[in-house]
Design a protein around this ligand. Structure first.
Ligand code: RB5
Length: 152
């Protein structure tokens, strides 16, 4: 069964959203959109929260969040339990954050990168698997920090 991607953006990510959606649909993914649906000014945490809820509820497997820089979206997303959001503007990071961090949300900024690079980031992120092993141990430590159970 094909994986489902939840995609959210604010007004500063709105112009790039449709080409990202077309691209991921063409790659065979299902897409759930959680807004925003216009270029009117809005608040990015709303859309980060909607997307993260879909991931936490198991309705989606991967998230893509777009704002002006990608930073606000990643900050908001990372406040959600079980969410590992990475703000990327280079393909090396987009690939490595899957391999090493098992990131489940890719964030980027429409005001930072162009459409061509955005689609390359999406490809690098979606086409890369988590390596597990020692990286799984480290992700477990991050989860312990999140849960307040971390001990050195
Ligand atoms: C909106 O102006 C902008 O602040 C937002 O899209 C994002 O870049 C925040 O991190």
């Amino acid at each position: 069964m094909s994986k489902t991607i939840v995609l959210g953006c604010d007004h500063a990510g709105y112009l790039i959203k449709d080409c990202v959606i077309d691209h991921i649909k063409a790659k065979g993914y299902n897409v759930i959109e959680v807004g925003t649906y216009s270029a009117d000014s809005c608040h990015y945490p709303i859309f980060a929260h909607r997307a993260c809820k879909k991931l936490q509820d198991g309705e989606a497997d991967i998230g893509i969040l777009i704002c002006g820089t990608g930073i606000g979206m990643s900050m908001a997303a990372n406040k959600h339990k079980g969410i590992r959001a990475a703000c990327c503007s280079d393909t090396f990071s987009a690939r490595l954050t899957r391999q090493h961090n098992n990131a489940n949300v890719l964030c980027f900024g429409e005001r930072v990168i162009g459409k061509g690079l955005a689609l390359e980031l999406v490809d690098a992120f979606l086409d890369t698997e988590f390596e597990g092993g020692k990286h799984a141990t480290r992700i477990g430590m991050v989860a312990d920090i999140e849960n307040g159970t971390f001990e050195e």
